[in-house]
Design a protein around this ligand. Structure first.
Ligand code: MG
Length: 159
């Protein structure tokens, strides 16, 4: 059986006046992430990992931030479009594991909903989608709450 692994990393700046959307879930907070799309840093990392596993480039290649079509885009849609490409290439998701790096807000209460949202978008079981969260221990740009980052790995198998 042929397996492929991919990793993804993304970061967005935290600013006033934007909604905070992580893993397709709106998180109540007084700041949100800045970006051309909805700036869902977690979904961008997972999407990049998925594309990377098959050497299909990155999210910016497929959905350029210069394209008005993707202004304010729902990143769940970008993830689904990328997974469509994966399936066209003859692969399916085995599992995804990810970590959100955020000093604030506390994300633990939202993790089950985020996992469910991603699993639904990919028509997979919630047990295949792992989402974790950690802080920057008040160090660096994460610790200073300048932004939120996310890392992801995905495993695909040929069908
Ligand atoms: Mg991004």
């Amino acid at each position: 059986m042929n397996f492929r692994i991919g990793q993804g990393y993304d970061i967005h700046r935290l600013v006033e006046g934007r909604d905070l959307i992580l893993g397709g879930v709106q998180i109540p907070y007084h700041k949100g992430l800045l970006g051309h799309s909805d700036a869902d840093v977690l979904l961008h990392a997972i999407t990049d990992a998925m594309l990377g596993a098959l050497g299909l480039g990155d999210i910016g290649t497929h959905f350029p931030d210069t394209d008005p079509e993707y202004e304010g885009a729902d990143s769940l849609m970008l993830l689904q479009k990328s997974y469509d490409l994966v399936q066209i290439k003859g692969y399916r998701l085995v599992n995804a594991d990810s970590t959100i790096l955020a000093e604030q807000p506390k994300l633990k209460p939202f993790i089950p909903k985020i996992r469910e949202c991603i699993a639904d978008a990919l028509s997979t079981d919630i047990s295949s989608i792992s989402v974790k969260a950690t802080t920057g221990e008040k160090m660096g740009f994460i610790g200073r709450e300048e932004g939120i980052a996310a890392q992801a790995v995905v495993l695909l198998k040929e069908i």
